[in-house]
Write a protein that binds this ligand. Structure first.
Ligand code: AMP
Ligand code: MG
Length: 403
């Protein structure tokens, strides 16, 4: 059976092989958060466009500043002021953060290191050439590419685009991800289930995960555990970029998802992964589309989405797959676990001291949504370990949506 790393690598490899050019559209910089850029963005001029002071203080010639030097102050320069006149020898000028340093000056001395009486400024220490000045063009040259296709637009990337006047950005459209739950026992979220029925929480968590991963959820509802209903709804799902199913991939008599997909021409790259929860996870291609059959137990569905579906959405958006957000933490309490599979247990991580501390939460297995709703991470227990001791360094997969 594949490890989760091997299974994930297969997803990346197969989708990387198949992906074609993405459809794009022009999006305002105000609305592009989280989208993947599909164009180059170049600077419209040098950055900074002038020698910029990074401090409030006095601009001067560094060779003229020594402890005790006094210089005549010739006025002031505010941010935004037009500066052309060179600084006369033997003088200084008051300058504000973000203002242009005048020709002739090569240093800015912080106001804290000066004393002023009238128009005379006394300097307490020597100055170095270039201090507290960001030279013109040192951040970027004019016409330089500063954002590239495939980059994900976070707040800093959007600010950079805004800085250079790229108010509209050509972005990849979000991959459309069909979500189909399966099971005779599943009813709509706004229905009252019978005693032995359950509400369709998986479609809700999957839609949320698709959004967080940068996709556009297309919720197809629920298919009964019957070949005809499954075939019909899977056919609808195959119209989208990706199809994600929940349930019906285990060994039960009514777990028909693989069988139906196969009849529709699917080729499978894996149909089991050595993890718990999530062992029966399936990945394949059907009629040219990526299909994931995730086990129906809610925590299994959520974990396997993060491990296998999220990277697919990245790739189909034209970006690289983002790495899984693992961090190292100190285990708070010793624990035992059955070896053989890599476990991802609902856990709580806290940053108290230098090293974060993690503890597994009590849970009733992969149907226990409440346990995960109180967790902010998954504690990973390697397949070859049956016991972890308090104080050990362990790997923790963060829940990016809450930490
Ligand atoms: P399955 O993978 O189809 O064997 O389902 C495993 C478990 O997950 C069963 O207890 C199901 O009732 C539950 N389950 C299946 N689909 C959903 C769903 N859409 N929402 C919540 N729980 C589900
Ligand atoms: Mg089922």
């Amino acid at each position: 059976m594949l490890s989760f790393e091997e299974a994930r690598r297969l997803v990346v490899e197969q989708i990387g092989k198949k992906r074609g050019p993405r459809a794009t559209n022009l999006v305002s910089v105000w609305d592009a958060l989280g989208l993947v850029l599909a164009q180059e963005v170049k600077t419209d001029r040098e950055y900074p466009p002038f020698d910029r002071s990074t401090r409030d203080g006095y601009a001067l010639r560094s060779i003229e500043a020594a402890p005790g030097t006094e210089l005549q102050c010739m006025g002031e320069i505010k941010a935004g002021d037009v500066v052309t006149k060179p600084l006369a020898i033997g003088t200084c000028i008051q300058i504000m953060t973000g203002a242009a340093v005048p020709p002739g000056a090569d240093a800015v001395v912080m106001i804290e290191h000066t004393q002023r009486s009238g128009d005379v400024v006394r300097f307490e220490r020597a100055a170095n050439a270039g201090q507290n000045i960001v030279p013109r063009g040192s951040e970027a040259a004019a016409g330089q590419t500063i954002l590239k296709p495939g980059m994900r637009l976070g707040y800093a990337e959007l600010a950079l685009a805004a800085q250079v006047g790229a108010a509209q950005l050509q972005c990849a459209t979000r991959p459309r991800v069909a979500i189909l739950s399966t099971g005779d026992e599943v009813v709509l979220v706004d229905q009252t289930p019978g005693e032995f029925q359950i509400r369709n929480s998986n479609s809700v968590s999957l839609a949320a995960q698709v959004r967080l991963a940068g996709g556009e959820p297309v919720v197809l509802g629920n298919a009964a555990d019957r070949v005809e209903d499954l075939s019909e709804k899977i056919a609808l799902g195959l119209k989208e970029d990706v199809l994600v199913l929940s349930g019906g991939v285990s060994m039960g008599k009514y777990d028909l998802v693989e069988k139906v997909l196969k009849a529709m021409g699917a080729e499978f790259f894996f149909d089991a992964v050595a993890i718990r929860p999530g062992k029966p996870a399936v990945f394949g291609m059907c009629q040219g589309k990526s299909v994931f059959g995730l086990p129906g137990n809610p925590v299994s569905t959520m974990v396997t989405f993060e491990l296998f579906v999220a990277p697919a959405i990245d790739l189909l958006s034209g970006a690289d797959a983002r790495p899984l957000p693992f961090v190292e933490a100190r285990l708070a309490e010793s624990m035992s676990e059955k070896p053989g599979l890599t476990h991802f247990l609902p856990a709580s991580i806290e940053w108290l001291g230098a090293t974060p501390e993690v503890k597994a939460l009590l849970w009733q297995g992969s149907g226990d949504i409440a346990a995960l709703a109180h967790a902010n991470c998954f504690l990973m227990v390697p397949a070859d370990r049956d016991r972890l001791e308090a104080g050990e360094r362990v790997s923790v997969l963060l829940r990016k949506d809450v930490v």
